[in-house]
Design a protein around this ligand. Sequence first.
Ligand code: A5P
Length: 217
Amino acid sequence: MVVLVDVEREKRIAAEAAAELVEDGMRVGLGTGSTVAYLLPALAGRGLDLVCVATSSRTEELGRDLGLNVVRFDSLDELDIAIDGADQIAPDGWLVKGGGAAHTREKIVLAAADRFVVIADSTKAVDALSPPIPLELMSFGLEATLRHVAPARRRDVPPSPDGGVIADYVGPVENPADLAVWLASVPGVIEHGLFPPELVAEIVVGRGAEIHRRSLR
Ligand code: A5P
């Protein structure tokens, strides 16, 4: 039997549910991607007094166009909440992010937040994480770094706003914690797209017409 998933509806209802978690006066981290594209109008529509930081210029522009107060992330040292999508969500809360190449800024913003809420459609929930794992690499010594993190391939996208080269590790992902430690140890790797459960406060997934929520702390 073929089950058709209305992915757009699932993204929208997850994003709208997360927008309700934001309270007046909060400092909010805004993620990047097609699920966050539903969050921004839902948040703007609430008319709250917020200070927001964006994880990409796409989110910054969209947020400002919708009337959100988006400031540079150099004037705040912590955030109350951050809301972002994910490419893969494992049962134990490990995430893969960076399909949109924004994982370095996302990790910085999410790590600064008191509470990181993941929003996703049901296709993002997986039994186990699998490649590709996004990477941001220094352009200096790029070929040597790619060789070190092999098997890896450079992605055909522009550099990050911080000048990093976007690539993907395509080898096995047996233990995400071990892989994360190894990737972070390679000289030339600026950041990888494995996000540990310790960073995550809540996962909100749209499944059909329902919202499934899971608190990790
Ligand atoms: C951006 O680099 C990513 O981490 C996104 O947050 C992730 O790819 C989810 O994107 P979608 O909401 O478009 O699936």
